[in-house]
Design a protein around this ligand. Structure first.
Ligand SMILES: OC[C@H]1O[C@H](O[C@H]2O[C@H](CO)[C@@H](O)[C@H](O)[C@H]2O)[C@H](O)[C@@H](O)[C@@H]1O
Length: 630
């Protein structure tokens, strides 16, 4: 219980006096800056130089950093993806000219955010906080120059539309290799992110890639890693829930120290509770960061002396609707991917897991009196009071298994969101209705949250839900586009729902532009709602399996063979009928000429009787020709 679990292993980036001094003395305003700086020598050498400093002040530390560290990002190189193309097919099919031009600029931005690691990251990995992954990647942008786990899903949606299949493969392979190394995909591509994950969307990425390319070879390559990741979540992030006598998933990092990239902030937060309670608070802060919603009133106590304060963080004791919706979708998609590749037994296991998850949704997370799916508090044994946009995520999961999509519940949720005033803001769907100053609260509107509502309801068999999806799409695109025009062609990580075209704010770092997932969501929504002919994206991916051609050839050959046999059979029937007719005529002629009821020339007919019994159409056909020649 009291054991200290560090954020990671590197003695400079993860723990120790040097980190503590630099971060608490605020040598840099943004705490992430120091832990992103590559060292000019191995950690031991840097630490002994630090131990020799006579005097620790902001000035001596600043000088020390200048001497021993390089600038953040100097261990990354700009990378222009070789599979980038000027005019992806789908952009040509966008009907609105302004949006078409905008989409074309967003396609161009992939080149700006393409990153490749320097050789030094592989050769001297302990001098870098970057994780050594084999392939280049697309980063979100701004201060986020490394890859981020859940951001990558929407980035990949955009890349696939822009026909960048190899880049997508590389990014997916990077994450797969991290599962092999750590058992899960870390929050992002830095060592200080390796004790926590983020919403687990790798299976979704592989499925999207498969939908765009039909590349079953790649699916087979990735499946063991996807299985392993799923096991990680079921083993290390699940908890028994007395309320439903069932098991559910939650965010729960084991690390119980300040986050290195927000070290000062976390120490300040923890200073409000007793020392004894600090490790558990740090672990809850790490777990909230694992949710991707860092931070939000969602994870804070609503009662007690710390209510609403970051120091009341209790993410581990909440069963989040969105995490369970994401894992439910993983179960459906893993079922499909195992079926596609012929692993039917494994597929059945996932089908059973999805059945259990479905009952968790309906028995625990659905709040009947409110008409919403809601987070469950393990401490209180009840749903959270406040409403969050994450309530919409189960509809997306059900859209992957339409047999379980419940229109009535969709309508109830739609009505409730309308009556609460969630819908109808000029800048999109807000994260919550709580104005806390945290970035995952009012008035911020985030691209992934818009996407969940739209994609969950756009395919529903219900016009009201479809209409809500379309309205939100129009509102969101209008707002993002206005900001693009007003702010010198910038895309933001979040927007303000109360005004169209306004970026968001709040939280522990300044507003970032770029921005990977925002761009991916815009491209995806444009492709669904603004194209004349939704494109069928095909790939020339080099690793596309040659077996695909073989699989396609089998039904074509069968079809041709059956057609040929039918032609032969028809021909036989026709010629045989004709022969019988002439035989009858000849027979009658013979009868007439001999006055006998038996044929006079057995030589002519004896062979024929044998041939008539022959089932072989070819022989019969030959014979018919011979006989009709007689
Ligand atoms: O540095 C503070 C936090 O920054 C990240 O979180 C935010 O940005 C991410 C990248 O866009 C995004 O995935 C996340 O949802 C945002 O809240 C980082 O992921 C956090 O772990 C980190 O503490």
């Amino acid at each position: 219980q009291n054991e200290t679990i560090q954020a990671c292993d590197n003695p400079v980036y993860c723990y120790g006096e040097l980190l503590d001094d630099i971060q608490t003395m605020e040598v840099f305003q943004d705490s992430k800056r120091f832990v992103d700086m590559p060292m000019r020598a191995d950690p031991d050498t840097v630490l002994s130089a630090y131990n020799n400093l006579a005097n620790i002040t902001v000035d001596t530390l600043t000088q020390f950093v200048q001497e021993w560290f390089d600038l953040p990002g100097s261990d990354l190189m700009p990378w222009e993806p070789p599979d980038w193309t000027e005019s992806p097919k789908f952009i040509d099919s966008i009907s609105n000219e302004q949006y078409k031009e905008w989409a074309s600029s967003l396609n161009g931005l992939w080149k700006t955010f393409g990153k490749k690691l320097n050789q030094s990251v592989y050769q001297h990995s302990s001098r870098h906080s970057l994780l050594a992954v084999n392939n280049p990647f697309i980063a979100p942008g701004g201060r986020f120059i490394e890859f981020y786990y859940w951001d990558s899903y929407w980035i990949i949606k955009g890349l696939l539309l822009c026909e960048m299949f190899n880049t997508t493969q590389g990014m997916i392979r990077n994450m797969g290799s991290l599962i092999e190394r750590y058992g899960f995909v870390p929050n992002g591509g830095r060592v200080y992110y390796t004790k926590r994950s983020q919403p687990p969307l790798l299976t979704w990425m592989v499925y999207s890639y498969y939908e765009a390319t039909n590349d079953t070879g790649f699916v087979k390559e990735m499946l063991p890693m996807l299985d392993k990741e799923y096991q990680f979540w079921m083993t290390n992030r699940s908890v028994y829930v007395p309320g439903c006598d069932c098991t559910a998933n939650r965010y729960a990092s084991t690390a119980n120290v300040p986050r290195p990239e927000s070290y000062r902030e976390d120490i300040e937060t923890a200073s409000e509770v007793s020392e004894e309670l600090q490790p558990e608070l740090y672990s809850n802060i790490m777990s909230a960061a694992e949710s991707g919603w860092d931070f939000s009133s969602r994870w804070l106590s609503t009662s007690g002396p710390m209510a609403g304060q970051l120091s009341s963080m209790r993410a581990k004791s909440i069963i989040p609707v969105d995490l369970n919706a994401i894992l439910g979708a993983n179960e459906i998609l893993l079922y499909k991917l195992h079926r596609i590749t012929g692993f039917d037994d494994f597929a059945e296991d996932y089908a059973s897991a999805w059945t259990r998850r479905h009952s968790l949704f309906e028995n625990l997370l659905w709040a009947e009196t409110e008409g919403l799916y809601k987070d469950w508090s393990l401490e209180e044994g009840s749903h959270l009071n406040a409403v969050y946009a994450s309530s919409l995520t189960p509809f997306y999961t059900y859209s992957l298994d339409k047999s379980l999509f419940n229109n009535t519940k969709g309508r109830l949720t739609l009505g409730r969101l309308k009556s609460l005033g969630f819908l109808g803001y000029p800048g999109g769907l807000p994260t919550s209705q709580n104005s806390t100053g945290q970035q995952w609260d009012f008035p911020n509107a985030w691209a992934p949250l818009q996407w969940f509502l739209v994609k969950g309801w756009e395919g529903a068999d219900d016009q009201e839900l479809n209409k809500a999806a379309r309205n939100l799409t129009e509102t969101w695109l209008r707002s993002n586009y206005q900001a693009w025009i007003q702010y010198n062609h910038s895309m933001f990580e979040k927007y303000n729902c109360t005004a169209s075209g306004q970026p968001g704010g709040g939280g522990e770092y300044s507003l970032q532009s770029g921005f990977g997932w925002t761009n991916g969501v815009v491209l995806d929504l444009l492709s669904s709602y603004y194209t004349t002919n939704p494109p069928t994206v095909t790939t020339s991916s080099p690793s596309r399996s040659p077996y695909l051609w073989f699989i396609a050839l089998v039904p074509i050959s069968l079809f041709l063979l059956v057609t040929l046999l039918c032609i032969c059979w028809c021909h036989y029937l026709y010629r045989n009928g004709k022969r019988r007719y002439w035989d009858r005529v000849r027979h009658e002629q013979l009868l007439h000429s001999s006055g006998s009821s038996e044929p006079q020339s057995p030589m002519v007919f004896s062979n024929q009787d044998a041939i008539d019994d022959n089932e072989d159409g070819g022989a019969i056909i030959n014979n018919v020709y011979r006989r009709s020649d007689v």
